[in-house]
Each structure stands twice: as structure tokens, then as C-alpha cells.
Design a protein around this ligand. Structure first.
Ligand SMILES: *Cc1c(COP(=O)(O)O)cnc(C)c1O
Length: 455
């Protein structure tokens, strides 16, 4: 591409990366190990075996820099990959900025987000291991629908616990999961003991991701042919998402650009890790020097206000303990927060590289996010999912700073999903009902009190 008037940069199927990148062996210090929830000793592969097939467990603890993507996984990914990289020229013009803004669009997948990049290999490895059914949790429904789609590809069943508040507010995601053949329960549910105990205390319990994880894990662990799938947080999930960053590297190279700033929204950390880790590799090699920044909601500020310590991944305390930035596993996000990204913890790998000072983090309030989303939608056309509005807000802050200084920075972000099934959040914003909400120190202290003390 010799000209400078391109709008999107595409790759041929033949140029699609065929390996995932594992950042762990390239880090200056290894990340702390997961611990057994009972003994607090480092967890071995056997501790994960009731939950995941061995192939994924080996990826979770792998020291290999690259792992081949199986052909049968590539075949499914090719339904929508390689995904386009856009130059946001119309947004740049609206902002009157000298900055160049690029966004990698993951909303082209069947589920409308980046999540099928990992649901597909997870369903594949489980099917290979003879697993008949996968269980999982879902918040807004993005992950549940991504897993339902993937299970349909490999002929296995899918059972989903959806956080009750979203189950009631987002009926279309539930229908989408059912179209792909999944069974969906509101969480807390009547089908698990833990769910029943919570409903006994509060029949209208709004639920949380941590509770839904406890229910899905509790259903998978005792059964030989049922396993559990997690849509974010874990090392293997972030690794599966690195196809985003590997493609973006190739695409930027086609137009001779390297990023000065990379911003990504962080809920559990998977789209951020997926986009940023290949760029961090190049940065550590000295090939480029982008500032890499996580962007999280002010209502769920795990990196900027949470503590870095061992905590459970779920509310009931059944998962291995992971060292991560956490708001406490008993954290229940406030219902007025519409912007997604509500998990109490942050991926151990993202937490670790943040502690090492390799990446920065900021939090943004939801009204700024939706103001930015409208600017984006009205110029670039795509209606963003609530989660990437955080990244868009951060990209716009950068672009506006460039307008002040006259710097022509190259800004890269991921538009990790579209918002077609999240229009209720836009409705709230457009009608003036959306308010900003900072998580109070008291609420954090209360949830942190439940975090185990590790000797
Ligand atoms: C699930 C989801 C997220 C949050 O998860 P990460 O692991 O932080 O990426 C962000 N954006 C979209 C569109 C999602 O579906």
C-alpha cells in the first residue's frame, strides 16, 4: 500500500498468524504461581484437572514462546479472521487532531466480540479430550454466546449461568445462546446448592460474575465428562487472544507505522493482553517503544484501586488462588454501572506486568466513555460495546492532547466488540439517566476483608 489514503488494512487468509504468542518466557521475572485453595501450596496440573482438559492446563503453565494453532481451530477462526484494522480518519477529522488513530475491530466475529478467539480453541481441546458438556458463567452475555457458538462447532453441549441482573435486562443475549443450542440459567440459580442458599437470603439477588463462576465450576468439577471454560483472566485465554496483536503488527507494518500509544479496556484483561502482548514483545526487543495503557471503569477499578495479592477467582472460594489485582472476591458491582467490565479481579499476567512497570493504568467514568462512544459512532459508524468505550475515551484523550502539542502520535486500540445488544446502556445515556459512580474506599475495604491472608 503505497498511498496514504487507506481506511482499512486487510490481511489475506493466507497471511493469518498460525501460532499464539506466550509472553511468560519473555518476561524479566516469572509470574507468581497459582495456589491450591486449601493447602496454599503452588497448584500443579492435577489441581486444575477437574476443571480443564490437559491440553489447556499445559498451555496455562507453558514456557514455550509460541504454540501452534490447530488446523481445525484455524478453520473456524477463518469464518471471520483476519479481522480488519481501521484508520479512524473520520474521528481524527472530528477531533481536528494531528494524531493517527488505528482500531482493530473484533466485532466482526459471529458473537460480535473478541471472545470467540478463545472459546473456539477451548471448545476444540475439550471435544478432543472427550468432554461432552462445557459449563460457564456470563455477565452481559458476550462470553456465554461466544462459548455457545464454539460448542456448536464441535458438537458439545453448553450450559451457562448468566448474572441475574443481566439475564433480566438483556433477554436477546440469552436468546442468542439458545439459538446456538446452549442452556441458560439466571445466577444465582435454583439448580446449585450455592445458588439456592443465596436466593434464600434474597429472592431478587442481582448476582455477580464471582457467584456465577462458583455455580458453573460446582457443576463441572464432580463430573468426568463435564468441564468448565473461562472467558478471560487465565494465561491460556490471554494467549489465544494474541492473534489480535499479531495481526495488528502485520497490518501496521503494511502501512509503515508503529504505535506510540496503545490503549485497551481491561475487564479480566483478555482483549488488552491479546492486543498488547505482541507489541510488548517488540518493545522488550527494542523494536518499538509504545506507551501501553490499561483503561478500566471508575466503578470497578481493579488495577488502580485494588490490591495486588492472592485471591479466589470466584465468590464461593472454589478456584485456585491467583495473585492478582483484586477488589475482593465478595465484591458485588453496583447496578447503576452500565459500562461492563465488572469482574473483581484482573488477569494475573496483566497484574504482574503492571507491577513490573511494563504497562500503565487509568480509570475513566462512564459518562465520559459514552460521550466518546457517540463521537466515535457518529464519525466511524460502528456502535461500540460498552466495554471498549473506555478504550475509545482514552484514545480520544490522547488525540486531544496531540491537538494541544501538535504531536502526530500513532494511537492504537482494540474495538473489541459492537454494542448492538447493549443499546439499553445507550438509551440510559441518551435520556440523561446515566450517572458517574466512583467505588468508595469503604466498599473496597468491605470486600477486601474477605480476601484470604497467605502466610
Ligand atoms: C468480555 C468483554 C470484555 C472484557 O473482557 P476482557 O477479558 O477484559 O477483554 C471487553 N469487551 C468486550 C466486547 C467483551 O465482550
Amino acid at each position: 500500500m503505497a498511498t496514504d489514503d487507506y481506511h482499512k488494512i486487510l490481511l489475506d487468509e493466507s497471511e493469518m498468524p498460525t501460532q499464539w504468542y506466550n509472553i511468560v518466557p519473555d518476561l524479566p521475572e516469572p509470574p507468581p504461581p497459582a495456589l491450591h485453595p486449601g493447602t496454599h501450596e503452588p497448584a500443579g496440573p492435577d489441581d486444575f484437572a477437574p476443571l480443564f482438559p490437559m491440553e489447556l492446563i499445559m498451555q496455562e503453565v507453558s514456557q514455550e514462546q509460541y504454540i501452534d494453532i490447530p488446523g481445525e481451530v484455524l478453520d473456524v477462526l477463518k469464518l471471520w479472521r483476519p479481522s480488519p484494522l481501521f484508520r479512524a480518519r473520520r474521528l481524527e477529522k472530528l477531533l481536528d487532531t494531528p494524531a493517527k488513530i488505528f482500531y482493530k475491530y473484533e466485532g466482526v466475529s459471529p458473537a460480535g466480540s473478541h471472545k470467540p478467539n478463545t472459546s473456539v480453541p477451548q471448545a476444540y481441546y475439550n471435544a478432543q479430550a472427550g468432554v461432552k458438556k462445557l459449563t460457564t458463567e456470563t455477565g452481559a452475555g458476550q462470553w456465554g454466546s461466544a462459548l455457545a457458538f464454539a460448542c456448536a462447532q464441535y458438537g458439545i453441549e453448553c450450559e451457562v449461568w448468566q448474572v441475574a441482573a443481566s439475564y433480566r435486562q438483556k433477554p436477546y443475549r440469552k436468546t442468542m445462546m439458545e439459538v446456538w443450542g446452549a442452556t441458560v440459567h439466571p445466577s444465582p440459580s435454583e439448580v446449585t446448592e450455592f445458588g439456592k442458599s443465596l436466593l434464600a437470603q434474597d429472592p431478587d439477588h442481582p448476582g455477580s460474575l464471582g457467584i456465577a463462576i462458583s455455580e458453573a465450576v460446582g457443576e463441572a468439577a464432580p463430573h468426568e465428562d463435564v468441564r468448565y471454560a473461562l472467558g478471560s483472566v487465565l494465561n491460556h485465554v490471554l494467549m489465544h487472544q494474541t492473534i489480535i496483536g499479531e495481526e495488528a503488527l502485520l497490518q501496521l507494518a503494511k502501512v509503515g507505522e508503529t504505535p506510540d500509544v496503545l490503549v485497551g479496556c481491561t475487564g479480566g484483561g483478555s482483549n488488552f493482553g491479546g492486543l498488547s502482548f505482541p507489541f510488548l514483545r517488540e518493545k522488550m526487543k527494542g523494536n518499538m517503544d509504545p506507551t501501553i495503557r490499561c483503561v478500566e471503569p471508575a466503578a470497578c477499578p481493579t488495577l488502580t484501586k485494588g490490591e495486588y495479592r492472592y485471591d479466589f477467582g470466584d465468590t464461593a472460594g472454589m478456584t485456585p488462588l491467583m495473585k492478582m489485582h483484586t477488589l475482593g472476591h465478595s465484591f458485588i458491582p453496583d447496578a447503576i454501572h452500565a459500562g461492563g467490565l465488572r469482574y473483581h479481579g484482573m488477569a494475573p499476567l496483566v497484574s504482574h506486568i503492571y507491577e513490573l512497570g511494563l504497562v500503565e493504568a487509568i480509570s475513566v467514568g462512564q459518562t465520559e466513555c459514552f460521550t466518546s462512544a457517540l463521537q466515535f459512532a457518529r464519525s466511524e459508524g460502528i456502535v461500540p460495546a460498552p466495554e471498549p468505550t473506555h478504550a475509545i475515551a482514552a484514545a480520544i484523550r490522547e488525540a486531544e492532547a496531540c491537538k494541544e502539542t501538535g504531536e502526530e502520535k500513532v494511537i492504537l486500540t482494540a474495538l473489541c466488540g459492537h454494542g448492538h445488544l447493549d443499546l439499553a446502556a445507550y438509551e440510559q445515556f441518551l435520556s440523561g439517566e446515566m450517572v458517574d459512580f466512583d467505588l468508595s474506599e469503604d466498599a473496597i475495604a468491605e470486600a477486601m476483608a474477605s480476601v484470604p491472608v497467605i502466610a
